[in-house]
Design a protein around this ligand. Structure first.
Ligand SMILES: NC(=O)c1ccc[n+]([C@@H]2O[C@H](COP(=O)([O-])OP(=O)(O)OC[C@H]3O[C@@H](n4cnc5c(N)ncnc54)[C@H](OP(=O)(O)O)[C@@H]3O)[C@@H](O)[C@H]2O)c1
Length: 190
């Protein structure tokens, strides 16, 4: 098994790197720009902007992943509202690039999606409930999901609709519930 992790500088990506190392699974960590996770050996890291077909092609040819865990995304919902084109490019169009090349290499493609695909009115959703995205971020995740769901020929994929991802990471580009609480408490003590 060879797992390609996208978004390895992000919180979930960092936790996946940790998990692969612990379980001695062969993996390649990728993210945009330089490696900011000091727990990830430089030999296990390759810079890869998911919007660049050239960079994706280079990495897939070199590493030949059996599995792709696609965590990379613009995850700031407000930013996506203000930058809809960029949100589409990263959160939908890049998924198409990654999914197409995964199909060519017969790699399992796992897409990280979100509970935001639902409007929250009903609650206790199951996977067959109708989606009703209320933001650009959520709509682009639905569009990305549909690329997989509407593919009649390729079934080697999965979608994970996770909810609030929180925890401690290295040099994260944005805060989460836990990191925000810790820094707020520290400020109160100063
Ligand atoms: N966070 C949540 O509460 C939550 C809830 C539901 C679903 N999800 C989904 O779960 C997944 C993981 O979330 P997370 O909390 O780990 O997010 P995160 O910490 O924001 O990590 C996302 C990573 O993607 C990277 N990235 C952005 N654009 C890229 C590009 N063009 N090429 C390569 N990498 C790029 C970011 O790089 P930089 O660090 O350089 O910006 C960041 O490191 C995401 O797909 C998200 O939509 C998250």
């Amino acid at each position: 098994m060879r797992i390609l992790i996208t978004g390895s500088n992000g919180l979930l990506g960092q936790k996946l790197v940790e998990r692969c190392k612990k379980s001695q699974i062969n993996f390649l960590a990728t993210s945009k720009g330089e490696n900011r996770n000091s727990d990830c050996d430089p030999n296990d890291y390759q810079e890869m902007d998911i919007t660049s077909l050239d960079e994706i092609t280079y990495v897939f040819k070199k590493f030949k992943p059996t599995h792709v865990i696609h965590t990379a995304a613009i995850t700031n919902v407000d930013y996506c509202e203000l930058h809809p084109e960029e949100c589409k490019k990263v959160n939908t169009d890049a998924v198409q690039l990654l999914f197409e090349i995964s199909k060519k290499m017969n790699s399992h493609f796992q897409l990280l999606s979100t509970d935001f695909v639902f409007d929250g009115e009903k609650g206790n959703y199951n996977e067959n409930d109708k989606v009703n995205p209320l933001s650009h971020y959520a709509q682009r995740k639905v569009d990305a999901e549909n690329l997989l769901l509407n593919d009649r020929d390729y079934h080697n994929w999965s979608i994970v609709r996770t909810i609030i991802v929180y925890g401690i990471g290295k040099n994260l580009s944005r805060s989460n519930l836990i990191s925000w609480t810790i820094s707020a408490l520290k400020k109160m003590n100063n």
